[in-house]
Design a protein around this ligand. Structure first.
Ligand code: 5GP
Ligand code: MN
Length: 336
C-alpha cells in the first residue's frame, strides 16, 4: 500500500517541519523504538519533533534515548491535542487504524497535516498520504530502516537511532524466535555495525524480572493455566484480585502468554485479563493458525496472524467462555 511516492515526502522534508509521531496505546518495544528512532533521525535534519504516546510506557524501557521527552496523552490531553493540531506532518507508527489511538484518532482524521503511516499490522486503514505498510516485516523498526533507506539517508544513522531500532527488532520477534525474514537479519547486522550493544540490550530488556514478577509468572503457570489439549490451546486468566495481590504494574504481564506455546504440540495461546473497565485478550499462535481473525471477529481487535489482541466489555468468565465457544469454528478438535 503506497499512495504518494516517497518523493513527495522527501521534498517536504527539505524544509523544517513540525512533526508529531503517534503510536499505539500501551506502547511496547517496537512502538517506542520506532517512534524514538524516527524522532532522533528527524531532529538531526532540523525538524521539530514531538512523540505522543496514548498511555504511559513500561519502566523497563526508561533506558531508551530521549524516551523521557515523550508526551503522554493520558497525562496531558490538552497539550497532546494542541500538538497534533499544530503539526504539519503526522507520522503514525506501529498501528493500523485511528481507533487504536483513542480520541486523538478523530483529531488526526480532521487534521490537514500530511499523514504518514509506517506499520506491519494486517488490514491498514487508508487514512495516510504516504504509507509504508508491510505485514511481512518483523517490526515497525525494520520498516523505519527501510524508510530511511528510501530517503537515501542511511548515512545519517547513529548508535542511538540504531539502539532504538534494534529494540523493536528483538521485542517483536522474541529475540529472533518468530516473525523474522531474511531482511530482519540484514537490518540487525547493519544496526550492529553501527555499534549497538546487542547483548547488553537483550539483557536490559528481558532479564529484569523483580521477585514479585517472577512469582506472578509462577502463579499464572501454576494456578491460572487452563489447558485444552484437543485444540492444542491454553488459556491464562488474571482477575482484578490478582492485579491487587501481585501489585501488577504496566508491562509486568508482557510475554507471559508465550509460555503457553512452549507446551509440546500446543499452538494457540490466550491470555485474558480483567482490567478496571474492560477485559483484554492477548492471542498468540504458531504456524498457519491465524489468531487475527478470532481477535477481529470476536474481540473487537486485530493484529498479526500469530500475535493479536482485543478487548470486550464483559466479565472475565464471559470472555473465557466466548473464546472457548468460538475455538471450534477455527480449529477441528483432535482426538486425544
Ligand atoms: P498484545 O497481545 O501484545 O497486546 O498485542 C499483540 C498484537 O495485537 C499487537 O500487534 C497489537 O497491535 C495487536 N492488538 C492488541 N490489542 C489490540 C486491539 O485491541 N485492537 C487491535 N486492532 N489490535 C490489537
Ligand atoms: Mn510492532
Amino acid at each position: 500500500m503506497e499512495m504518494d511516492s516517497i518523493d513527495t515526502l522527501k521534498a517536504k522534508l527539505q524544509t523544517p517541519q513540525d512533526i508529531v509521531i503517534l503510536t499505539h496505546r500501551n506502547p511496547d518495544g517496537d512502538a517506542l523504538g520506532s517512534s524514538l528512532a524516527l524522532s532522533i533521525f528527524l531532529q538531526k535534519q532540523m525538524h521539530s519533533v514531538k512523540i505522543i504516546l496514548p498511555s504511559e510506557y513500561p519502566q523497563s524501557f526508561s533506558f531508551l534515548p530521549q524516551v523521557e521527552t515523550c508526551l503522554v496523552y493520558d497525562l496531558d490531553r490538552e497539550r497532546a491535542m494542541d500538538e497534533i493540531k499544530q503539526a504539519s506532518i503526522i507520522c503514525c507508527l506501529d498501528f493500523n487504524g485511528l481507533d487504536r489511538i483513542d480520541k486523538m484518532g478523530q483529531v488526526v482524521d480532521e487534521s490537514k497535516a500530511y499523514k504518514v503511516l509506517i506499520d506491519h499490522h494486517l488490514d491498514p486503514e487508508p487514512f495516510a498520504d504516504y504509507a509504508l505498510s508491510d505485514t511481512s516485516a518483523s517490526s515497525t523498526c525494520e520498516l523505519i530502516y527501510t524508510f530511511i533507506e528510501s530517503l537515501d539517508m542511511l548515512n545519517k544513522l547513529d548508535v542511538n537511532i540504531a539502539t532504538c531500532m534494534f529494540t523493536g527488532l528483538i521485542t517483536d520477534t522474541g529475540s529472533f524466535k518468530y516473525a523474522t525474514n531474511d531482511r530482519t537479519y540484514q537490518v540487525a547486522s547493519a544496526l550492529k555495525k553501527l555499534g549497538v550493544d546487542d547483548y547488553g540490550l537483550q539483557d536490559k530488556i528481558f532479564n529484569r524480572y523483580s521477585p514479585r514478577q517472577m512469582r506472578l509468572l509462577g502463579h499464572c503457570l501454576y494456578n491460572r493455566l487452563e489447558i485444552l489439549p484437543e485444540y492444542g490451546a491454553g488459556i491464562i486468566t488474571l482477575t482484578k484480585q490478582d492485579y491487587e495481590d501481585y501489585n501488577i504494574a504496566r508491562g509486568d504481564t508482557e510475554g507471559i502468554v508465550n509460555y503457553i506455546l512452549m507446551l509440546d504440540g500446543f499452538s494457540i495461546a490466550a491470555f485474558i485479563t480483567e482490567q478496571p473497565t474492560i477485559v483484554k485478550i492477548s492471542l498468540r499462535s504458531k504456524g498457519d493458525f491465524s489468531v487475527q481473525e478470532i481477535a477481529r471477529n470476536h474481540f473487537n481487535g486485530g493484529g498479526h496472524k500469530n500475535a493479536s489482541g482485543g478487548s470486550a466489555y464483559a466479565t472475565l468468565d464471559a470472555v473465557v467462555k466466548r473464546f472457548k465457544d468460538v475455538l471450534p469454528k477455527y480449529r477441528e478438535p483432535k482426538s486425544i
